[in-house]
Design a protein around this ligand. Structure first.
Ligand code: ADP
Ligand code: MG
Length: 819
């Protein structure tokens, strides 16, 4: 009987709704409820089956469907963390930190078990089961353990962002996964993407021989109505502000999400909106409170601090009234950016300085929150919480909110259409940040944020013509718009011999690879295509290889602390401002500039210090700023001397990081960590000039002498003109360069940039006889000359002789040198 019944029972048995659970997770009730609403939960079984049956799985799903927070949990429950770790990479630090916290909370686990690691910071322990990290961190791990043997599964999250490191990791993992399989220790790879341009991963024969399994999670996405502006106004911040005002005064309830390009824009827009829609003006119950109303009228000002004070008062009352839940006001404050150096900054507009903002009192109070990568994470967390009752949520964000973080309850999206991109100049190899139109794909992604809970609206602050004609279909993957010197070197260090043949999802162009290789050969990091000992040392530093070389050469004369400081300062953009930003008259601006350049000339000093030039100024500026900081006067100091305050803070962090790398690699090294560095001695300044030459030997320029100026040309025009070794056109000493008085014969420069002319930035004077020693690969030297006769120096034990030669592609004659 039994035997007859069994098949029947089997047939009747429902397909298990969940895959086998090996590890129990006990979640809080409210969290479990919220999870069950996520579309991805309905797909758990299918996802886990696909992962079990395939080595590589691509999981595509709309932002907010639950990929980042849920898939690691599925894997954990299925036992993937029993013996090894579950690794999750994020292109953004924000996401690595915030997602690790969220997942720990959802799973009721400690941050010892669900941890994060970003560059030199994290809470990973021996107990870590799920590890969120930046893609750069995992790439470094591949360098020391190519098979990634401590992981059972790697999730590459946000692959659609096409960050360089994620792209390279996909390429590497496409090889690591089969290797691990061969070893009988399989590794699963899950690539998660918000559905943009999947083909680069799926139908890329070089990447995966067998196309990987693809799962699409269908998120509930409601229709979003797109509204284009009729005209495209250059001042998108003003436009964004106006649009938010209109939404809050005219449109039904629902959160607003505004996309702008950077931290400064976010903060200034937040401040402006808070002034316009202060919290205290509404909350109907409060309004009834006579006492409060009087107080409000008596105290009204539109200053930021006053708003905060008012808020504090309001909240004190409200605690009594129990209307608004207690809010930590520190979390509602916006940092004051004193370094407003963006032309599009709101506070810069004429209108703003003349007419103070008046609060709009007949509208709902707006709970306005900033969101950007560098915002402390407890403040980022605010966007996930419900606004105080009676308030409308308004989040002003960079493109972090495009896909990395999902903000609940957004009904209106305001899209500036702009994004900050890192541009790369193929001539000089130098990068800079430029605000440009985003792509159609990411504009649509932004619009999608409005349709998570119900039908929504997206207001695009540009015309449909601009969208159709100017926007690219997709953003260019990062790998195609930056110099790949550091990647090229890292890959070489991983024994990837032919970088050209590497399975990139989208390959950088050949010229990019060739010029990176050439620069690394010049530096001496590669020799005949092989990594040198110097190259290995250089690859350890999280800065450009040319700066890494400078660090690697600085082990003498207590130089290291100076090189660290200089390299950090050179790696951070726009440390010294050239033009005052505050709204001053042209005369005042001129005065301020004169004052700044007087200070900078003074910083440059004399002798070798002066020859160190713009880089000496940079060193002194950082030292002086750190001194001011130790006195609690950083802000005033920066404002008075034209330093970008945020840059000073970034430099400090980078110095700390570089110091850590050196300590980890050279344990016996003694590096001073004191940020306020005393100025270098004359000898140290000279050595720093040589070290700069060693790092920037491909960027040498030679003064154009009056005789060289062509007949008929105005000689005066060429007073500050130089020949750069790799350029036809003349380049000029910059306006603000402290070397304009000295006009040295040979210089190295940090970068060339173009405005009306080509200018050199970051200029240091060098001696031509150093070229043969520090940039030998670019010198063409004669055999040792026979006259004068070579001579033996018994003291040094060396044979001395004289060589002559030329430097660089233009064969500049070198002075005879004794070697
Ligand atoms: P995806 O990765 O598919 O974009 P996520 O897993 O990031 O989706 O988000 C799933 C849901 O979890 C979203 O609705 C989001 O609002 C919510 N969520 C994510 N992080 C937090 C957090 N820190 N606090 C509260 N809710 C969060
Ligand atoms: Mg995600």
């Amino acid at each position: 009987e039994d035997q007859q019944q069994k098949p029947k029972v089997k047939q009747a048995e429902p397909v298990p709704r969940k895959p086998a659970v090996y590890v129990d997770v006990i979640r809080k009730e409210d969290i479990q409820k919220a999870r069950l609403k996520l579309p991805i939960l309905a797909e758990e079984q299918q996802i886990m089956e696909t992962i079990n049956e395939n080595f590589v799985v691509i999981l595509a799903g709309e932002t907010g469907s639950g990929k980042t927070t849920q898939v690691p949990q599925f894997l954990y429950e299925a036992g993937f963390a029993l013996k090894k770790q579950i690794g999750v990479t994020e292109p953004r630090r924000v996401a690595a930190i915030s997602m690790s916290r969220r997942v720990a909370e959802e799973m009721n686990l400690s941050t010892r078990e669900v941890s994060y690691l970003i560059r030199f910071e994290g809470n990973v322990t021996d107990d870590t089961k799920i590890k969120f990290m930046t893609d750069g961190v995992l790439l470094k791990e591949v360098q020391s353990d190519f098979l990634l043997s401590k992981y059972s599964v790697i999730i590459l999250d946000e692959a659609h962002e096409r960050s360089v490191y994620t792209d390279i990791l996909i390429g590497l993992l496409s090889r690591i996964v089969p290797l691990r399989h061969k070893k009988g220790d399989p590794l699963k790879l899950i690539v998660m993407s918000a559905t943009l341009r999947l083909e680069d991963f799926t139908i890329n024969q070089r990447l995966f021989k067998n196309p990987p399994a693809v799962i699409k999670v269908n998120a509930r996405q409601y229709p979003v109505t797109i509204h284009f502006n009729k005209r495209t106004n250059e001042n998108y911040l003003k436009e964004a502000f106006n649009k938010a005002v209109k939404i809050n005064t005219k449109l039904p309830d629902g959160g607003i999400l505004i996309f702008v390009t950077g931290q400064q824009e976010v903060n200034s827009l937040v401040r402006k909106l808070r002034k316009t829609f202060p919290l205290r003006h509404k909350s109907k119950l409060l309004e009834k409170d006579e006492e409060m109303k009087n107080e409000r009228d008596a105290n009204y000002t539109s200053d930021d601090e006053d708003i905060e004070n008012d808020l504090k008062k309001t909240l004190k009352k409200s605690k009594k009234l129990k209307i608004i839940p207690q809010i930590d006001l520190d979390d509602y404050s916006v940092p004051d950016d004193t370094e407003n150096n963006s032309d599009t900054d709101l506070s810069d507009s004429e209108e703003d300085s003349q007419a103070p903002l008046l609060p709009i009192t007949n509208a709902q109070p707006l709970w306005t929150l900033p969101l950007y990568s560098l915002l402390p994470s407890h403040k980022q967390q605010k966007v996930f919480e419900a606004p105080p009752p009676g308030c409308r949520l308004c989040v002003v964000s960079t493109n972090v909110a495009e896909t990395s973080l999902t903000i609940p309850n957004v009904k209106y999206v305001v899209d500036s259409g702009k994004t900050k991109v890192k541009m790369y100049d193929k001539v000089t190899g130098v990068t800079s940040y430029v605000v440009d139109w985003t792509s159609k794909a990411s504009a649509d992604q932004r619009a999608g944020r409005a349709g998570r809970l119900g039908p929504g609206h997206c207001y695009r602050l540009y015309s449909s013509a601009v969208f159709n004609d100017t926007f690219q279909l997709f953003s260019i993957p990062e790998i195609q718009q930056k110099p790949v010197d550091d990647l090229y070197l890292q890959m070489k260090c991983m024994n990837i011999d032919k970088v050209v043949n590497f399975p990139f999802p989208t390959a950088p162009d050949l010229l990019q690879l060739k010029s990176a290789e050439a620069r690394l050969e010049t530096l001496g990091a590669l020799k005949g295509g092989e990594v040198t000992a110097l190259g290995r040392a250089v690859s350890k530093f999280p800065v450009l290889p040319r700066y890494g070389k400078m660090l690697a050469l600085s082990h003498q004369q207590d130089l290291l602390a100076y090189t660290i400081c200089l390299v950090a300062a050179l790696s951070v953009q726009e440390v010294l401002l050239e033009v005052p930003i505050l709204q001053t008259s042209p005369e005042e601006k001129k005065q301020i500039r004169q004052k700044w350049s007087a200070t900078r000339r003074q910083w440059a000093g004399q002798g070798n210090s002066l020859f160190l030039g713009d880089n000496m100024v940079l060193l002194k500026a950082v030292g002086a700023a750190e001194y001011a900081n130790s006195q609690g006067k950083l802000e005033t100091f920066c404002a008075e001397n034209g330093l970008r305050q945020k840059a000073v803070v970034e430099i400090r962090k980078l110095r700390q990081q570089l110091t850590t790398v050196i300590k980890n690699n050279v344990p016996e090294s003694e590096v001073i960590v004191d940020p306020k560095l005393p100025p270098p001695t004359d000898l140290q300044a000279k050595l720093l000039r040589q070290i700069l030459l060693a790092g920037m030997g491909d960027q040498v320029a030679k003064k154009i002498s009056p005789e060289e100026v062509k007949e008929g040309e105005d000689k005066a025009k060429f007073k500050y003109a130089y020949h750069a070794n790799n350029m036809e056109e003349p380049v000029f000493l910059h306006q603000g360069s402290v070397l304009k008085k000295t006009l040295p014969e040979f210089v190295v420069y940090q970068e060339i940039y173009e405005t009306n002319k080509m200018y050199m930035r970051g200029v240091t004077a060098i001696e031509p006889e150093w070229l043969a020693t520090y940039v030998p690969s670019m010198c063409n030297l004669s055999e040792p000359l026979l006259t004068p006769e070579p001579w033996y120096n018994p003291r040094t034990g060396k044979v001395h002789c004289t060589v002559s030669g030329t430097f660089g592609p233009q064969a500049w004659p070198l002075p005879n040198i004794e070697i």
